[in-house]
Design a binder for this molecule. Structure first.
Ligand code: COA
Ligand code: MG
Length: 302
């Protein structure tokens, strides 16, 4: 595998109005930071939050962490100003709330190119409206159009529950069709997808179960609301030692000269196809990327 993978196991939201959280983020072992101007910020704190986020991102010091600014929708009084401010701050990505259709992303991408924003500035899309669930395939397909810059889906399960009136219960049975549709849509576009938040951040058992469920569903990681959720989240979304060993074993088996022209072989009593070896290569690439991140963190702390 040649494409370097960026682990997106964890993405911690923090209100832009909370200066302490923005500062604390520089020391947290988290893959992505979602600096919020939208739902977590009250209307009368929007200007302060915008100013604080621009200052914090411009000052930097976030290391390997992917820095993402969530703006308000362009149909709100703050959206346009947020977008301009985000371009000035130059984070890794802008998270667009309440995306309903490809046009919502194309419009913002167009503004970015008018401002000569570097190609490295990506768009992430909140998937959280009934329209988005019904247009998921078309939105995901934007991942294939470099002009749209789409790089990641973020499930907004709280908004989705509000808009659809579906209940967010343990096991998430009512949400499952939408979550899996969005996983398929993300893969169609070749982008990542992050699971929704778990509101009861004191409930470690329930949180661990939901992380495991998200990993089983194919989510790349989970959005978080509190630093205490990070470690368990990484546990669920990092490849396990067994998965890494199995991935290495099946790739080594296919590399043997006697298997050079075979499509399916037997390893430890299981049928293994070349597609499994490909999946294994991805596991190894993610494990390597996680190990590189951890090594960098250790270096900084020593
Ligand atoms: N990011 C960074 N730091 C955070 C944090 C976050 N999301 N949530 C809490 N912290 C910090 C606090 O600042 C505090 O730091 P300190 O002890 O060094 O001062 C520490 O973690 C403990 O916080 P705690 O007292 O347990 O929580 P709280 O009552 O201050 O905050 C929430 C609880 C839910 C309000 C807060 O976690 C939060 O705002 N989460 C994000 C909400 C959000 O962005 N939602 C939008 C998307 S769903
Ligand atoms: Mg929301």
């Amino acid at each position: 595998m040649t494409v370097p993978l960026r682990p997106r196991r964890s993405a911690l939201y923090m209100p832009g109005s909370n200066a302490r959280a923005l500062e604390k983020a520089r020391t947290l072992d988290v893959d992505c930071l979602l600096l919020d101007l939208e739902d977590a910020v009250a209307p009368d704190a929007k200007d302060l939050a915008r100013k604080q986020i621009v200052e914090a991102v411009t000052a930097g010091g976030y290391g390997d962490r992917e820095v993402v600014i969530r703006i308000n929708g362009l149909d709100t009084p703050w959206g346009e100003t947020d977008l301009q401010a985000a371009v000035t701050a130059a984070p890794d990505a802008i998270l667009v709330p309440k995306v309903n259709s490809p046009a919502d992303l194309q419009r913002i991408a167009h503004t970015l190119s008018l401002h000569n924003a570097p190609e490295s500035l990506k768009l992430w899309a909140m998937m959280e409206t009934p329209e988005a669930m019904l247009n998921a395939g078309a939105i995901g397909a934007c991942g294939k159009d470099p002009e749209v810059r789409l790089s990641c889906f973020v499930m907004g399960t709280n908004d989705l529950a509000k808009e659809t009136r579906a209940r967010l219960l343990p096991g998430r049975a009512a949400m499952m069709p939408w979550l899996m549709t969005c996983v398929a849509a993300a893969r169609l576009g070749g982008i990542d997808i992050l699971d929704g938040v778990y509101n009861a951040f004191q409930d470690e058992v329930g949180f661990a179960a939901e992380c495991a469920q998200g990993a089983d569903m194919g989510m790349d990681g989970k959005t978080l609301i509190h630093p205490k959720q990070i470690a368990a989240c990484h546990g669920a979304f990092s490849p396990s030692a067994e998965e890494i060993e199995w991935a290495r074993k099946i790739n080594a088996a296919f590399d043997l000269p006697e298997n050079a022209s075979k499509g399916a072989i037997q390893v430890d009593g299981k049928m293994v196809e070349r597609l499994h070896a490909e999946m294994g290569k991805r596991v190894i690439a993610i494990a390597n990327a996680v190990a590189a991140r951890t090594a960098n963190d250790n270096e900084r702390q020593s």
